[in-house]
Design a protein around this ligand. Sequence first.
Ligand code: ADP
Ligand code: MG
Length: 274
Amino acid sequence: MSSPAIMPLHKAETHEAPLLSATGLTKIFTTGGKEFRAVDDVSLDIRSGKVLGIVGESGSGKSTVARLVMRLIEPTSGTVLFDGEELTSKSGEALRLMRRHMQIVFQNPHSALNPRDTIRDAIAEPFLVQTKIRGLELERRVDALLDIVSLPKSFRYRYPHELSGGQKQRICIARAVALEPRLLVLDEPTSALDVSVQAQIITFLQELRQRLNLTYLFISHNLAVVRHLCDEVIVMNRGKVLERGITETVFKVPENAYTRQLIESVPRLPRLEI
Ligand code: ADP
Ligand code: MG
């Protein structure tokens, strides 16, 4: 047996294994016989409790990375480890169980909710599909989730079309956190919302992360939001990672010409008014 005495005291802290670790992710789409490298050799790590941002212009491969990480699509090559377990090799029941721990919130809350379902049904669905929770306990959970996303209990009787965009996105977030995941992938969660609502949702996401001890992969083309929310950031362009680092460092002293251009193209970096 090796002696634990020679281990550095703070090893567990400084070398804590990432919650999510992707290595060499590549996705080639084939359309009309032509190959297109949407994601090219992307690696990323997120430690538990942290927020990693991905920025890049439209079409740079951000959503494809999100879907690969969630294993909603198969990588052409590369691996994804969640809490040390390889996601890319899992299927069936094992994958279903892993999925409870990682959830995704999409850009458009208007298409994410079934117009025929009440809000109660929308929030109850993950419990009905993934758990044996039923009856009064289920209704209690629905109320608790409405409370977590700061909406009144009376919303359970409403339909999606009776809600604003921001309220719908809160319902999508309630569904995403229903089964107490550890990782939330947020793919441009405020891009489809009014500017005035965006800041509210960002503040809410920040509070939610602390309250539920979540880890975020936060995708956005809004640099001000990323700067506000993310501990570290990855800059993507044409499927590749161009730059990565601590958010403030990347924003203050960008190493890459494309990153500089991206930052400069935002007029005097409007810091988000929150
Ligand atoms: P972003 O989220 O950064 O805007 P995406 O990941 O959605 O970028 O897309 C990256 C590139 O991959 C785009 O050029 C897009 O057209 C292409 N792409 C995405 N999904 C598919 C698909 N299923 N089939 C073919 N091409 C795709
Ligand atoms: Mg996208």
